[in-house]
Design a protein around this ligand. Structure first.
Ligand code: MD3
Ligand code: FE
Length: 202
């Protein structure tokens, strides 16, 4: 695991952190999660399904419906979420904190036309904990804004194997994925982009 990083607006970006074998191994762990806890399209509080499909591992999973955004202890099918893979915990231990594990590993899956609008992540109790993100598959155009809505933004392409740590000033920064670049990676046989984020929730 490469640990050289660049920093933009408090986002620590580790380009090419995972090599091809590590990406393939992580993908197998993700397939096991999706078998245990199938992907679903959360409903926004406005009643529209999100374009990104999701599932989670860990004590909590992120969920959304007409009642709002929140963390739940169970998948919508009623089962507890599967455990966070050791490979992911090892990355958290070396890049974030060896003494406190994340409560949730949220898995986002982007098909060709999926995107995620600018938003803040604020359903967690303690924003002093960073969020760790791992990208796999097709490139995604990641946009970073400001701690309040509006203002200038900066974008970078996140590629398969890139890792980002959002702590400090970056933790409450508006961010999103404008689009993916279909066909840019051969990791996923049918294409698409996976992003995994680890969060401390409680
Ligand atoms: C900045 N995911 O799951 S990862 C999300 O690529 C999310 O799927 C995007 O935004 C994705 O909430 C971006 C980078 C990221 C993740 C969480 C953050 C940036 C963040 C939380 C706080 C601040
Ligand atoms: Fe987010």
């Amino acid at each position: 695991m490469l640990q050289e990083s660049l920093e933009i607006r408090g986002f620590r970006i580790f380009k090419g952190c995972l090599d091809a074998p590590a990406q393939s191994a992580l993908l197998e762990d993700i397939r096991a999660i999706v078998r245990a806890a199938p992907l679903f399209s959360p409903m926004t509080p406005y009643g529209k399904p999100m374009r990104v499909q999701m599932t989670s591992a860990g004590k909590y999973g992120w969920f959304s419906d007409r009642k709002g955004y929140r963390y739940e202890r169970r998948h919508p099918d009623g089962q507890p979420w599967p455990p966070i893979p050791d490979s992911v915990l090892a990355m958290w231990e070396s890049l974030v904190d060896p003494n406190r594990h994340p409560d949730c590993c949220l898995l986002n899956f982007y098909r060709d036309n999926a995107r995620m609008g600018l938003h803040q992540d604020r359903d967690e109790a303690d924003f002093s904990w960073p969020v760790l993100s791992v990208s796999l598959g097709d490139d995604g155009l990641f946009r970073m804004g400001n701690p309040t809505r509006g203002g200038k933004t900066e974008s970078i392409w996140l590629e398969s194997g890139d890792v980002v740590v959002m702590g400090g000033e970056a933790r409450l920064t508006y961010h999103g994925i404008d689009r993916i670049r279909p066909g840019s990676s051969r990791l996923l046989p049918k294409g698409g982009r996976i992003n995994l984020t680890c969060r401390v929730v409680d």
